[in-house]
Design a protein around this ligand. Sequence first.
Ligand code: PNS
Length: 167
Amino acid sequence: MIQPIKAVFPGSFDPITNGHMDVLSRACKLFPEVTLAVLQNQRKASKNLFTIEERLEMLRKATEHLPNVRVEAFGGLLVEYMRERGATVILRGLRAVSDYEYELQIAHLNRQMNPDVETVFIMAATRWSYVSSSMVKEIASYGSKEVSKMVPPASAEALVKKFAEQQ
Ligand code: PNS
C-alpha cells in the first residue's frame, strides 16, 4: 500500500523568497505534509545574514496560512534527517537551466546515499525566475523597498530590521 508521502523542502532560506513560496504552495497541493527544513550549518553560518532562530521565525510567519507545512531546522546530511523523519521526497525548485546541473548532481548523490529518496522538482513560476536570496539581500542592503515585491512580508520585515540594526 502507498503510504502518504512526506516531502521535505530543504534549503538555507536566507531569506525565503516569493520563488520559494510559489514552489512550496504548489507542493502543498501534491503532498499531505511538506516540511521546510532549514539548514543549520556551522561552516556556512558566517555566510548567512539571518541566524537559524530568525529564519525559523520568518518561515513560520510566512507559512502560517499553509496548514500542511511544518518548519524545522536540520544539521548534517539531508538523507539522514529524512530517514529519521520517515520522509521520502526531497522537493527542490528550478528557476532556470543554470540551476539544473547543480541540482542534478545533488539529486543523484542523495539517491546514491539513500535509494528510498526521490527528488521532485517544481519549476518556479517565470515571474520569479530571476529572484534569489542573495540578490534580495544585496538590494535590501541599499535600503531599497523594492524587495517587498520579491519576498513575502515576513522576509521583508526581517530584512528591514536586520539592515537597520547594522546601520
Ligand atoms: O538553499 P540552498 O543553500 O541551495 O540549499 C542547499 C541544501 C541545504 C539543500 C544542501 O546544501 C543540503 O542538502 N545540505 C545538507 C548536507 C547534505 O546532505 N549534503 C549532501 C548533498 S550535497
